[in-house]
Design a protein around this ligand. Structure first.
Ligand code: ZN
Length: 202
């Protein structure tokens, strides 16, 4: 089992699910991406969009984009978890709620909430840029917001790391703030301010 986890989308191009590029980044990457240029965001967005399109094509039967709805998006997000790099402790784990467990455990790796949140923001923009109507944008669905909120709360509890909303920082050199935030803030507040309705936690 642990083998499966370690190899990250190494499934090979040919298999139905192994094509995925590492587009949804984990928190580490995200902190680096705070300094990302717009073009980097754009290319990430394009990659994410291609990945999602590929995912739909690989469904049995394939799902045309016009028929894609929020449930496909939710399945996509769950599917991505297998490529995650963030340890999320199960309730029975003795390290549940500990930000820095002293030893390894067998709990699964997941996509960090911040990664998924940023991903959805990019895909949501890409959908409309690729001709999708805002009214039918599956990434804007309330169900997605609910799911993301659940993931955030679950991960905050399991990891003992509250997700804090970060103000978008002016471009002062803050890149060395690694440990300070406890890994919580995904720093993606600029991806789409209109998704911030999921941020109203206490
Ligand atoms: Zn654990």
């Amino acid at each position: 089992m642990s083998l499966e986890r370690g190899k990250e989308f190494a499934g090979g191009e040919g298999s139905s699910s192994g094509y995925l590029s590492p587009s949804p980044t984990d928190l580490h990457d995200q902190q680096q991406q705070q300094a990302a240029t717009p073009s980097r965001y754009e290319s990430q967005k394009r990659r994410d969009w291609n990945t999602f399109g590929q995912y739909l094509k690989n469904q049995r039967p394939p799902v045309p984009l016009s028929q894609c709805n929020y449930s496909h998006v939710l399945e996509f997000l769950r599917y991505l978890d297998q490529f995650g790099k963030t340890k999320v402790h199960l309730q029975g784990c003795m390290f549940y709620g500990q930000p820095e467990p002293p030893a390894p455990c067998t709990c699964p790796l997941r996509q960090a909430w911040g990664s998924l949140d940023a991903l959805i923001g990019r895909l949501r923009a890409a959908y409309e840029e690729n001709g999708g109507a805002p009214e039918t944008n599956p990434f804007a669905s309330g169900a997605i917001r609910v799911y993301l909120r659940e993931v955030r709360e679950c991960q905050a509890k399991a990891r003992g790391i509250p997700y804090k909303k970060k103000k978008k920082k002016p471009t002062t050199a803050q890149s060395s703030m690694g440990g300070g935030g406890g890994g919580g803030g995904p720093g993606n507040s600029d991806h789409d301010s209109s998704t911030s309705s999921i941020m109203h936690f206490s």
